[in-house]
Ligand binder design. Sequence first.
Ligand code: FIX
Ligand code: ZN
Length: 415
Amino acid sequence: MPIPFSRLELAVQKAVDETPIFDMHTHLYPPAFDGLLLWGIDELLTYHYLIAEVIRATSIPAEDFWQMDKAQQADFIWNELFIKRAPVSEACRGVITVMRNVGLDPSDRDLKAAREFYKTQTVDEFIELVFTKANVHSAVMTNDPFDKSEVKFWETIGNNHPRLHAALRIDPMLLWWDVASETIEEQGYEVDHALNEKTFCAARKFLEDWAAKMKPRYMAVSLPPTFTYPADDVTTQILDSVVLPFAREAGLPFALMIGVKRSVNPNLKLAGDGVGRADLSCLEQLCQRNPENKFFATLLSRENQHELCILARKFSNLMPFGCWWFMNNPSVIEEITRERIETLGWSFIPQHSDARVLDQLLYKWPHSRRIIAQVLVDKYQDMVDAGWRVMESEIYRDVNRLFSQNFEEFAPNWT
Ligand code: FIX
Ligand code: ZN
């Protein structure tokens, strides 16, 4: 039944709200990874985006901020960014949306009441509340085999949470080989300190064994804007001799997150990373020279986004995803989503949450759904104006492709 012109907007918004999401990049953990999963109002308020904002807004010396404990930091952020100033930024608005979605009235401006609510929750109840309310059916974590605080859980209990999937994150292997090779050796693999076949073989075995433990949906790395490929450097050797051959054999996509300048202001700790525009010939060459590999890509610079769309048109083994980090603001999400739809049709993944705090699923997705819905209404409207009768069932089909199907087809689960 074709949708009458007047009902299109409602039909699209309904399909976008009702379609469950596979969130392909987060920093969540299973509750059983005791202490690693962040949740609750104080973690929300001390999200590194808000730490950067409050240090800027108040010019408090960073070292004075770090002297405070978690609750004092949260109090300070609440008072400075929510009480003394209207909470207008995306990260501030996010806290308000979460408070509303857990049943609080943020307009009461009552942080004490919020803390009281969270005392009534257990993490197992809360994780189900959040995933259900956010209509996120599954999420991919960021799992680091070089991080001792996480390794101990994979070597004992592992992950069997039905909603959480692993991603094998390998930054040290590509960026700090000297450190990575020591960890690989400590974990029992015989690496030489020369980059030779013996070392490459041991490093591939390391990846194989970790993939067997984690059963990851993909491997991932974040890279600086200066990343070049191919280059006469260790990164290219490890990519060509270890990571890409292993990914091909295992059928694992490799996610490249390019453009982060780590620690441009070390005083801000996790909040101190910056952004730079990358030369995307690295991505072009990776796709061109490795046609049997599958690549996800998300870029941190707004100036790189259109190039990524055009690159994806040239290489079907390249899947753009998300509006990463500094891109995750309404104005930029709208721009990126429009240019992706106009150049790639339905063959991209519009968003990921990058949630570090469980509760953030309750704002990052509602905020993004609203923008994606607005873009889709316009695009379906354009089709209607061109003479195409839009069917309601087809809207659900198309939205499901964006929210789940593209990811699940590009990164199938382990069989
Ligand atoms: O490299 C990454 O996975 C980034 O998303 C993080 O390093 C970053 O701190 C973040 O959480 C951004 O949203
Ligand atoms: Zn991330």
